[in-house]
Design a binder for this molecule. Structure first.
Ligand SMILES: Cc1cc2nc3c(=O)[nH]c(=O)nc-3n(C[C@H](O)[C@H](O)[C@H](O)COP(=O)(O)OP(=O)(O)OC[C@H]3O[C@@H](n4cnc5c(N)ncnc54)[C@H](O)[C@@H]3O)c2cc1C
Length: 395
C-alpha cells in the first residue's frame, strides 16, 4: 500500500489551493485524487450548451450529454441538467443564449428571483495598458474587494440599505419589462438577497421575446411524458429538449460516500441534524481531516477563493504545528466546535438569508442556513489567521 503525508480529494479550487500551499510549505509528499475525467472541478467547466448536434425537428441545439438512454429523436425530448455536477450554469445563462435560436422556448418558473444589471464592459486600450502596471492592477483589485464587502452591510446590518438595493432592482425590472403582466410574474415576494441575486442584463429582455413563454408556479409542470410537458392547467406542450435548471443540494448530503472517524464515528451521523464544522473546516472525532468549502464557508458577495485561501492558513498552521512538535494527530475539541457553530447560527439570525422570507439552497432541511458565512470575508479571514491550540487536541 502506498502512503502519503497528505491526501487531497478533488481537483477543484479547494484541491488546487491545498496543493499549491503544501508545495509552498515544502511538503510534496501528497496525492491529489480526482474522480472525473477532467481536472479543475466546478470552475473548470464553462457554461456552454453544447456542440452542434442536430435535432430533426426545429432548429434547437441538443446537449452534448443528454440524459442516459435518451436519444435525440423526433418524438422524445432530450434532457440536460444545468447547473449540476456537470454544468456550471443556470437558467439565467441558458435562456438568453438559446432563446434566439429556438422556435419557441417555454420557461417554467417556481419562484421569481431578484435580478440586478451586469456591469460588464470592454476595457479600452489605455485601461488595458494601465492594468499591466502592477500597482494599478492591485489598486483595482483592492477597490473591487472593498466595494463587494460593503454588500454585507445590506445583507446583515442595515434594512434601509437592503431596501435601497431592492428599489434599484424594481426600477431595473420596470425598465426592462414593459409588459405589466409579465412584470408581475417576475416580481419576487421576499427580500432581495434572501435567495442568490441574479446578475444579468440579458435575462429580462429574453423573457420578453415573442417566442418565449413564462409559466408561473400555478401553470407549472404536472407531468413529463414522452413528447413534452403537461402543465397544471391541462395544456400539453410538445418539446424537443428539456433543460433542467432546478439547482443543486449545497447543504444536506453533500458528501456522498461514508467518512469514518475515531471509534467508528460516521460523518453522516455527526451531520444528521445539519452540517457543521469548526471554521467550516474541522470536526471533532475526525483527526487530520480538513474540509475545504465546508459548512458556512460560502460567500455571496465576494470571491470564494478568498475564503478557500483563508482556510488554507488554518490547515497549513495545523500541519506545521504537528511537524514542528513531531506529533501525528490534530483534532478540534467538541466544545470548541459547538461554541463556533452556535456563534455562526446566532449571527445568522440577523441576515437576510435567514430572515428575508424565502426558502433557498442556502438552507438545510433543518432550516439552518448552511451555505453562507454570516459576515464579512475579512472577519472569516481573521478567524483563520492563526491556530488556537486551546481549541484542539494534539497527540
Ligand atoms: C454556477 C456556479 C457559479 C459560481 N460562481 C462563482 C463565482 O462567480 N465566484 C466564486 O468565487 N465562486 C463561484 N462559485 C463557487 C465556486 O465554484 C466554488 O466555491 C468552488 O468551485 C469550490 O471549490 P471546491 O474545490 O470546494 O469544489 P469543486 O470545484 O466542485 O471541486 C470538487 C472536486 O472534487 C471532485 N471529487 C468529488 N468527490 C470525489 C471523490 N470521491 N474522489 C475524487 N474526487 C472527487 C469533483 O469531481 C471535483 O472535481 C460558483 C459555483 C457554481 C456552481
Amino acid at each position: 500500500m502506498q502512503t502519503f503525508q497528505v491526501l487531497i480529494i478533488g481537483s477543484g479550487f479547494g484541491g488546487q489551493c491545498a496543493a499549491i500551499n503544501l508545495l509552498k510549505a515544502g511538503i510534496d509528499d501528497f496525492r491529489l485524487l480526482e474522480r472525473r475525467d477532467f481536472f479543475g472541478g466546478t470552475g473548470a467547466k464553462t457554461p456552454t450548451l453544447v456542440p452542434r448536434s442536430t435535432c430533426p425537428r426545429r432548429s434547437i441545439r441538443c446537449p452534448s450529454r443528454p440524459t442516459a438512454g435518451r436519444k435525440c429523436s423526433p418524438n422524445r425530448p432530450n434532457c440536460t441538467t444545468t447547473p449540476s455536477t456537470w454544468w456550471s450554469t443556470s437558467a439565467c445563462e441558458t435562456i438568453p443564449t438559446i432563446a434566439p435560436d429556438v422556435e419557441h422556448l417555454h420557461v417554467f418558473q417556481r419562484t421569481p428571483h431578484w435580478v440586478l444589471p451586469r456591469a460588464d464592459r470592454a476595457f479600452g486600450p489605455f485601461q488595458r495598458w494601465l492594468l499591466g502596471l502592477k500597482p494599478a492592477y492591485k489598486l483595482l483589485r483592492w477597490m473591487i474587494y472593498w466595494q463587494f464587502e460593503t454588500r454585507v452591510i445590506a445583507f446583515k446590518y442595515s434594512k434601509p440599505a437592503i431596501r435601497l438595493v431592492q428599489q434599484h432592482a424594481l426600477r431595473f425590472l420596470k425598465r426592462q419589462v414593459p409588459d405589466p403582466q409579465l412584470r408581475q410574474k417576475l416580481t419576487p415576494d421576499y427580500v432581495i438577497g434572501c435567495k442568490r441575486v441574479i446578475i444579468s442584463s440579458t435575462l429580462y429582455p429574453a423573457l420578453g421575446r415573442s417566442n418565449v413563454s413564462l409559466h408561473s408556479r400555478e401553470q407549472g409542470i404536472a407531468a413529463i411524458d414522452e413528447t413534452g410537458i403537461v402543465t397544471r392547467d391541462g395544456q400539453h406542450i410538445d418539446l424537443d429538449l428539456i433543460v433542467w435548471s432546478t439547482g443543486y443540494d449545497a447543504t444536506d448530503g453533500v458528501i456522498s460516500y461514508p467518512v469514518t472517524g475515531k471509534n467508528g464515528t460516521q460523518l453522516k451521523d455527526f451531520w444528521a441534524r445539519y452540517p457543521r464544522a469548526y471554521l467550516g473546516t474541522s470536526l471533532p472525532d475526525f483527526p487530520n481531516l480538513f474540509i475545504v468549502t465546508g459548512p458556512n464557508t460560502g460567500i455571496g458577495h465576494t470571491s470564494a477563493l478568498f475564503i478557500i485561501e483563508s482556510q488554507m492558513n488554518y490547515i497549513l498552521d495545523c500541519i506545521r504545528t504537528l511537524k514542528e512538535h513531531g506529533l501525528r494527530s490534530i483534532e478540534v475539541r467538541p466544545e470548541a466546535e459547538r461554541t463556533y457553530t452556535e456563534m455562526i447560527h446566532r449571527e445568522m439570525e440577523r441576515t437576510v438569508w435567514k430572515s428575508g422570507g424565502c426558502h433557498s439552497w442556502y438552507q438545510s432541511k433543518s432550516g439552518h442556513v448552511i451555505a453562507m458565512f454570516p459576515g464579512f470575508s475579512f472577519s472569516y479571514h481573521r478567524l483563520t489567521r492563526a491556530l488556537k491550540p486551546a481549541d484542539h487536541i494534539l497527540s
